[in-house]
Design a protein around this ligand. Structure first.
Ligand code: GLP
Length: 268
């Protein structure tokens, strides 16, 4: 696992975009896993800029999105389908047949989920999966629970997620209560994972995720710690609690090892 701490959201987006471009340029038919939410928005802007400057070509790139709300029209401004077209696909040369979005209005979601995983497998899996994290530790819409599902599935949204995402809807009662999401097995089979975490509000959850070097189904993102090619890209605000705790641990270890040299590390 690699942890990169960048100055701010802008730097995170620049680093993320350059890593994505580097990977796309390495391989002819590239399979990119995409996330939505506020966090990757600037990364998508950087990708569009790079495409316009001829630094990356999406002609042979296939995409699979992580998740979608259930029963939301695909042209609804809050659908992830709309988000992806508006914020990325409409501005690059990706072929429409290479875009894979989870259907929000299928009559048979179970079948949609099975077909989605099958299609990902037929394309030899995802080469690079971009992820964000919910304030409750969710990945895609894999919510904290006593068990986590591996395959693409339907899920009830957690109360915290409803509260967090209701800002986009007229009110919490008008937002979908369920979603369809890639499962953690599908995500973990990606060859490389790039987790983007920005802003002060994400500091508690990422610190919790990295605190004890353990997997906890209450923090679905902790599953990612098992991945052998995981990069966590944080800005200084998101990294603040994690860094403070890391320094305190180093301090404790130092004082245990050298009890005669009591030393205070600056944890400010
Ligand atoms: C959303 C999405 C996730 C996203 C997360 C964080 O609900 N389902 O894929 O990563 O929550 O969103 P944001 O980046 O807006 O904080």
């Amino acid at each position: 696992m690699e942890i990169i701490i960048a100055k701010n959201q802008e730097e995170v987006s620049k680093i993320a975009a350059s890593q994505i471009i580097k990977e796309i340029n390495k391989k002819k038919c590239f399979v990119l896993g995409l996330a939505t939410g506020d966090t990757p928005l600037d990364t998508y802007k950087e990708l569009i800029k790079a495409y316009k400057n001829g630094k990356v070509d999406f002609k042979d790139v296939k995409t699979f999105n992580l998740d979608e709300y259930l029963n939301i029209g695909k042209n609804d401004v809050n659908s992830y389908n709309y988000y992806m077209h508006h914020n990325l696909f409409d501005h690059i040369n990706i072929k429409s047949e290479n875009i894979h979005l989870l259907s929000s209005d299928s009559k048979d979601f179970r079948n949609t989920a099975i077909k989605y995983d099958k299609l990902i497998n037929e394309n030899n899996g995802i080469d690079l999966q971009i992820l964000g994290i919910g304030i409750n530790g969710h990945i895609g819409f894999n919510e904290p629970d006593n068990k986590l599902l591996l395959d693409t599935h339907i899920t009830d949204l957690a109360q915290k997620t409803l509260e967090q995402n209701s800002k986009f809807f007229p009110d919490i009662y008008k937002m979908p209560k369920q979603a369809i999401t890639m499962g953690l097995g599908t995500i973990m089979r990606a060859k490389k994972i790039l987790l983007l975490v920005t802003g002060e509000r994400k500091a508690p959850v990422i610190a919790k995720c990295l605190r004890n070097n353990e997997i906890n189904t209450d923090i679905p993102a902790s599953t990612l710690l098992l991945h052998n090619n995981l990069t966590i890209l944080l800005d200084e605000e998101a990294a603040s609690i994690y860094l403070k705790e890391k320094k305190m641990k180093e301090n404790e270890n130092f004082n245990k090892k050298y009890p005669n040299y009591k030393r205070e590390f600056n944890t400010a």
